[in-house]
Write a protein that binds this ligand. Structure first.
Ligand SMILES: Nc1ncnc2c1ncn2[C@@H]1O[C@H](COP(=O)(O)OP(=O)(O)OP(=O)(O)O)[C@@H](O)[C@H]1O
Ligand SMILES: [Mg+2]
Length: 376
């Protein structure tokens, strides 16, 4: 299992580098076309497809359950609504969908992409359980989980948002039920299922301090309830479209040094930051970055560096530079799962880390946040 996790992590790293480039250029092009342009529409499809590929890579990484999760305040209803367009394309015509989203549901602190992935996995299972058609029911709710049930569900007591995915399919037999969350457990024909869907979903939900509870009756159907702790916090206001305005909100004139051993990723990061107004210098390895920093007339305000680079890794590079330029800010970029990052020594709550693949927006926003943050 561990070996598989490591293999998956390695593949995902290289694959993520490729995705960063495709996504980056598609988005740069996108910002150059007007809202109504047909080319824009085509580019949006590329962006969509890359995002799906990114979701797939994360599915593989999630398997090791050691991903970096990117928590934000979100509404469970929004998460459900966002997945509906994809859900609809996945269901055959003889499966009817019904939604019942409670307007009362509070926000949760979650990585919405990951929760979307959980929903997708549950929906796919529901679809597969209804080969002759049926009804898929997705609902949201909020409830108090008291002492006893909290203990039974292995949750802290408190308030939870519940997202339920219910089907009228074949149901789950009593002897199958205890195994459904096990990795590689599947009742599907050879070559059909990997048996990873539910184990990945469960891993993600546990990382969010929640759980998944199942009820099923053979021949009648199944209900999967995803419990996620609610938060009092309110949502960050979304800066409205168009794309160009969003970018401008994150522009700046600071001097940024970028170190990244993957040439294509280096170019896209540097293009994005340059287009935002920053002064950017690029280095393909740590030594070159040190040379650039020491040779510069003015010190750099910020270092953006890949964590894993041959010979001198991102952490070593930052340590060398910050010894000489103590006010230099840093943003680490990585395509690896948590475990490898821990080993490289870069995992600290106070350190900014951007997970690959990221889109230009996210890069722009994170760079601005790091630059604006007060020194520790
Ligand atoms: N909604 C459901 N109705 C009936 N059985 C289900 C349902 N969801 C899951 N199961 C059972 O749990 C097993 C494990 O599910 P899981 O999603 O982990 O793997 P899978 O669906 O078999 O494979 P994959 O997700 O890779 O396609 C399934 O093979 C099936 O027996
Ligand atoms: Mg499945």
């Amino acid at each position: 299992m561990q070996a598989m996790g490591r293999l998956a992590g390695g593949v995902a790293h290289d694959f993520n580098n490729i995705l960063v480039v495709i996504l980056g250029y598609a988005e740069l092009l996108l910002s150059k076309f007007k809202e109504k342009d047909t080319t824009r529409n085509q580019l949006e499809r590329i962006v969509d497809a890359v995002n799906r590929a990114a979701a797939l890579t994360k599915q593989i990484l999630a398997f090791s359950r050691k991903q970096v999760i990117d928590l934000q305040v979100v509404s469970p209803n929004d998460i459900v609504s966002n997945t509906m367009s994809i859900v609809k394309t996945m269901l055959p015509e003889d499966v009817e969908i019904a939604l019942n989203l409670s307007p009362e549901v509070s926000n949760i602190e979650a990585d919405s992409h990951k929760i979307e992935q959980v929903l997708m996995n549950l929906v796919i299972n529901a679809r597969d359980a209804m080969p002759a058609g049926g009804r898929l029911f997705i609902k949201t709710n909020e409830m108090d989980i008291e002492e006893t049930s909290a203990r039974n569900l292995h949750l802290k007591n408190g308030r939870y948002a519940v997202i339920s995915v219910c089907d009228t399919g074949i149901g789950i037999m009593d002897d199958v039920m205890p195994h459904i969350f096990e990795p590689f457990f599947t009742t599907k024909d050879k070559g059909k299922g990997t048996g990873l869907g539910l184990s990945v979903a469960y891993g993600i939900v546990r990382q969010h301090n929640g759980t998944i509870q199942v009820e099923s009756m053979v021949g009648k159907g199944s209900e999967f309830h995803v419990y996620l702790p609610v938060t009092e916090k309110s949502k960050e206001k979304n800066i409205s479209k168009p794309m160009q305005d969003k970018y401008d909100a994150f522009s700046g004139h600071e001097r940024i040094l970028v170190a990244e051993d993957n040439e294509a990723a280096l170019i896209i990061i540097s293009d994005t930051l340059t287009s935002l107004g920053y002064y950017v210098a690029t280095a393909e390895n740590g030594y070159e970055a040190v040379r650039l920093a020491e040779g510069a007339k003015e010190p750099f305000d910020m270092l953006v560096t890949d964590v894993i680079m041959p010979r001198m890794n991102g952490k070593e590079l930052f340590e060398r530079l910050s010894a000489r330029y103590p006010s230099m800010k840093v943003l680490f970029i990585s395509g690896y799962s948590d475990e490898i990052i821990y080993k490289s020594g870069v995992k600290d709550k106070n350190i900014a880390l951007l997970e690959k693949p990221f889109d230009n927006q996210k890069l722009a926003k994170t760079v601005r946040q790091v630059l604006d943050a007060n020194p520790l």
